[in-house]
Design a protein around this ligand. Structure first.
Ligand SMILES: Nc1ncnc2c1ncn2[C@@H]1O[C@H](COP(=O)(O)OP(=O)(O)O)[C@@H](O)[C@H]1O
Ligand SMILES: [Mg+2]
Length: 266
């Protein structure tokens, strides 16, 4: 019998209730080390709520989490987990009144990264993500950043301490095609090094291009979880997604004032 490596993330019957709404409903996730796990679902399916619970931003209503061999819900163990984890949360969590470089320096200090190491990493991240291509940009406060720049800076902040586990909430949302490509390649490199990456997305193409494993969430429930290659054996990811979260009947998109083809031809 082969001994399995410790899972990177595992949840057992994880739930989060908001009033009458069960946003996350008995979630049993399993993310193996070194995988690029895409957590897919429609808007409002419960992806951000899940990632917030996994990263300690939101307390679960019930259920347990196992992460990097520890229990992150136990205050005594949480810090050991957190120092090895990088996060790009939904709201990006940047300091608006600091420059990009100051943000990264601050995050590096919080993670206790050696200052020289941190400065070298900041230089590399700035160059790769084109965060300070001219002198003016280096002095710009985050409050004046574009959405795409903020997104890149948040990713840089998540990478500064060289985490073994990375959580990214919709990292490609609102970024241009070139940046999207750079981020994709960067994440692939990070995963090649052995890190585990958990990303949420509502965009199938991104998960299809980047991820090795897929979990599909629908109204808080996990409706599929498998290696991407396994899903693709029985059809495209889109077919599986629509079958699991949509209606299997034909989708009819129409508006009452749009003529159909026949009427327009008359
Ligand atoms: N703080 C909150 N209070 C009340 N309802 C919330 C809160 N956060 C999220 N929700 C609700 O929980 C559901 C899941 O939200 P979310 O996890 O953000 O979905 P996703 O990230 O998949 O789009 C949605 O119906 C959302 O409106
Ligand atoms: Mg979300």
């Amino acid at each position: 019998m082969t001994v399995r490596a410790e899972t990177a993330v595992e949840t057992f019957r994880l739930c989060r209730q908001f009033g009458d709404l069960r946003a996350v409903d008995n979630l049993d996730l399993r993310v193996d080390p070194g995988t690029l796990y895409g957590f897919l679902g429609r808007n409002g399916a419960g992806k951000s709520t899940t990632i917030k619970m996994l990263t300690g931003l939101l307390a679960p209503t019930s259920g347990t989490i196992r992460m990097l061999g520890k229990n992150p819900l136990d205050p005594g163990e949480a810090i050991d987990v957190k120092r090895r984890v990088g996060v790009v949360p939904e709201d990006l969590a940047l300091y608006d009144l600091l420059t990009g470089r100051e943000n990264l320096t601050f995050v590096g200090r919080m993670y206790r990264v050696d200052q020289d190491v941190a400065q070298d990493r900041i230089d590399e991240l700035f160059a790769l993500l084109e965060l300070g291509t001219d002198a003016g940009e280096e002095k710009r406060l985050v409050i004046d950043y574009s959405h795409g720049m903020k997104k890149k800076l948040a990713l840089a902040a998540a990478l500064i301490a060289n985490p073994v586990l990375l959580f990214l909430d919709e990292p490609f949302e609102g970024v241009d095609a070139v940046t999207s490509r750079v981020i994709r390649e960067l994440l692939t490199r990070v995963a090649d090094q052995g890190a585990t990456i958990f990303i949420t997305s509502h965009v199938l193409e991104i998960v299809e291009r980047l991820c090795t494993h897929v979990g599909i969430v629908d109204r808080g429930r996990l409706v599929a979880q498998a290696p991407l290659a396994e899903i693709q054996q029985t059809g495209t990811l889109e077919e599986t997604f629509l079958a699991k979260v949509g209606s299997t009947d034909e989708i009819h998109a129409n508006l009452s004032w749009l003529d159909d083809g026949d009427a327009a031809a008359e």
